[in-house]
Design a protein around this ligand. Structure first.
Ligand SMILES: *Cc1c(COP(=O)(O)O)cnc(C)c1O
Length: 358
């Protein structure tokens, strides 16, 4: 038994992969793979539409939002958001809380004027998320990252931005807990954490934001054009879209976002509680901002890092090395990770700590 704690591409539900495998060469008795179907044919369109319907149902997406299945992953949307929203008013506020929100700024700065707002309260240690900012009421939008995958920092609230549309990079937290979509102008996510294979991006965009694109927006990034073409202006990532659809069906069978959200909370608490009680490991994120999806932890004796990783791998616990800018370890425990995997990790950590106790 192996548990994969990769931050992304991340583990997928084994039931989904088994179903994809079973119908890989012969989809729906057609004698061909879903990968070989024309995206314009009725068989594939049924797959695409079902995926959208299931995502709408899972997230309770209101009718005045379009759902797009685009290419270029999460980072492609860093550019797309700016190119689609800065056509009439090239000013935006970006709340920065870590690596991903900072990378989003770098793309938006190529398009317009970006104000960078510190996402943390001044002075608090460990850092605490700010709950209000010096926002520009005339900005085209406010961008933030609800879950910083690298640092393991997650908002447990939705920022209040008044009449300025809120744009969220939900790449590593979408579908992990209930959210009120109506509070957002745009939600986007690269697929490879909670949705499916890498390369695909899901974009949920409010109708009234579809008329403010820059004239030079490339067609494959143009939300309005893509919405009009049902995300099929060019050939979409058909196989990734199909797999995303299987993940949505799996999630519905599990009871949806409400049920998985409770499980994710329990998984996170299991690991944080163990780390907090241990004098061998630590987590340096303020308890109010701890991610349910990406849990960094450090060994107090960093000289044991290599041994920890090596022995964890031998025990079937994969991909625990933390991002180089944070160091230490990181366990990513997305929807597909069962609580048994987190328990196996805690058991291993406890056994490792006892073995290496001075
Ligand atoms: C993984 C990730 C991205 C980048 O996704 P790519 O598909 O590699 O471009 C962007 N934002 C967040 C929060 C992520 O976790």
């Amino acid at each position: 038994m192996v548990y994969n704690f990769s931050a992304g591409p991340a583990m997928l539900p084994v039931e989904v992969m088994q179903r994809a495998q079973a119908e890989f060469c012969d989809f729906n008795g057609l004698g061909v793979s879903v990968m070989e179907l024309s995206h314009r044919g009725a068989d594939y369109i049924a797959v695409a539409e079902q995926a959208e319907r299931d995502l709408r149902e899972l997230m309770h997406i209101p009718d005045n939002y379009k759902v797009l299945f685009l290419q270029g992953g999460g980072r492609g949307q860093f550019a797309a958001v700016a190119l689609n929203l800065m056509g009439k008013n090239a000013k935006a506020d970006y709340i920065v809380t870590g690596q991903w929100s900072r990378s989003a700024v770098a793309e938006a700065e190529k398009v317009g004027q970006v104000r960078v707002l510190d996402g943390f309260e001044a002075g608090a240690e460990p850092k605490k998320l700010a709950t209000s900012w010096d926002l520009d009421p005339t900005a085209a939008y406010v961008h933030y990252c609800p879950n910083e995958t690298v640092e393991g920092i997650e908002y447990d609230f939705v920022p209040e931005t008044g009449n300025v549309p809120l744009v969220a990079d939900m790449s590593s937290t979408i579908l992990s807990r209930p959210v009120d979509v109506s509070k957002f102008g745009i939600i986007y996510a690269g697929a490879q954490k909670n949705i499916g294979p890498s390369g695909l991006a899901v974009v949920i965009v409010r109708d009234d934001l579809l008329d403010q694109a820059c004239p030079n927006v490339p067609a494959i990034m143009d939300y309005a054009a893509m919405a009009k073409a049902d995300s099929m202006l060019n050939t979409p990532a058909t196989y990734a879209w199909y797999l995303a659809g299987l993940v949505f069906q799996w999630l519905k069978e599990k009871g949806g976002v409400e049920v998985i959200g409770a499980q994710n909370k329990a998984k996170a608490e299991l690991l944080y509680n163990y780390v907090d009680a241990s004098d061998f490991f630590e987590n340096r994120v303020h308890p109010s901002a701890r991610s349910w999806m990406n849990i960094p932890f450090q060994l107090k004796d960093e000289s044991l890092n290599d041994a920890f990783l090596k022995e964890a791998k031998a025990a079937g616990l994969l991909a625990l090395k933390g991002h180089r800018i944070v160091g230490g370890m990181r366990a990513s425990v997305y929807n597909a990770m069962p609580i048994e995997g987190v328990q196996a990790l805690v058991d291993f950590m406890d056994e490792f700590a006892k073995r290496h106790a001075k």
